[in-house]
Design a protein around this ligand. Sequence first.
Ligand SMILES: [Zn+2]
Length: 437
Amino acid sequence: MTSKLLRGRTLSFLRWPEATDDHAAWRYEKDGGLLIDNGTIIAAGPYAEVAKRAGAGVETIDHRPHLLLPGFIDAHVHFPQMQVIASYGAELLDWLNKYTFPEETKFRNAQHGRRIARLFLDEMLRHGTTTVAAYCSVHKSSAEAFFAESHDRNMLNIAGKVMMDRNAPDGVLDTPQTGYDDTKALIAEWHGKGRQLYAITPRFAITSSPEQMEMATALCREYPDLHMQTHLSENHAEIAFTQELYPWSRDYTDIYEHYGLLGRKSLFGHCIHLSEREADALSQSGSVAVFCPTSNLFLGSGLFDYQRYRRREKPLRIAAATDVGGGTNYSMLRTMDEGYKVIALNGEKLNPFQSFWQLTRGNAEALSVADRVGTLNEGTDADIVVLNAHATPAMRLRMETVETLAEELFLLQTLGDDRAVREVYVAGQPAKSTIAA
Ligand SMILES: [Zn+2]
């Protein structure tokens, strides 16, 4: 039998919550039920109603008193950087040259790629993340390893081989032609296979020659439905070097604009130091600015002005992400905790409902996959995280004084990590408890 019924407190968002009393923005059931059939949520609501619809004989998994939410989404992460995380003492460009590029060179070895892809997706699931937008290394085999592992687990993931043909060691360079050919071959093999989605991935303007940028343009024209992901405006030295390499450009964003890379499926990591013109250009094209708080703090890159971007006359679409290995934690809970602090340093707040909207539905909307994941809506894929706010002694103690759902969510965000993730379901199948130790 492929049906199962999950029972617990269910929380799913309908839209951005304006305030903690904006109850119309979410659906919360104190005793909720989710009926899953063949990987899809086919009924959601009060447990009693859903159980009636399920009928007798359906396997019921009782997760009370825990919270059931849509699986978390990480909108920007580098799977080949698991052994780069926690590398000391450098800003972006030095960090890339000293740690990241040498590490990514190891992915010439396909077996290394397969091992890290497996461990990476284990780590994602352990932390409650069911969908990522991932950068692979420059090597075609790294993307093959990632997609094969993701497909085996039936995860909905977006990924791409990075295209980079200059300003890095030979071991991590392609050429405009091989970058194009490998990308096309990977799209043909993996895009739309099961739940796999391909993202055209020029690493950033520094490591792509104008000839390679033209190849990225060609790919985006040939495959207008695909995602495009890259980096933008992370660090002052990066911005200055980029402008030297493209002296004709008005600003950093103008380079991507010139090559036709802006659009609703375009994901720009960081976007910290944007001018008003750049922010307008991103807004008008519907491009997504990806907020990577742990990375931005760790590398000393700057403070992403979340609330200003959201409220400006031409608002930005925003996603949130770990950016591991520049980021310092795999957990989207830890990420939003640091995000809260970055926003606080800008003199603003992000309330807990807004935070949990962001890492579920908000990120799904930003990645244009909200019709499939990011909510507990009927007809969507059953990617679900089960959260336990009593996971540690310190959390249990603090929970003694917690009275509202908002307080519980904020506690989960502030003190929670993988220990607070009791279980994860991927397309209806338990995926955390089944990871080999
Ligand atoms: Zn990145």
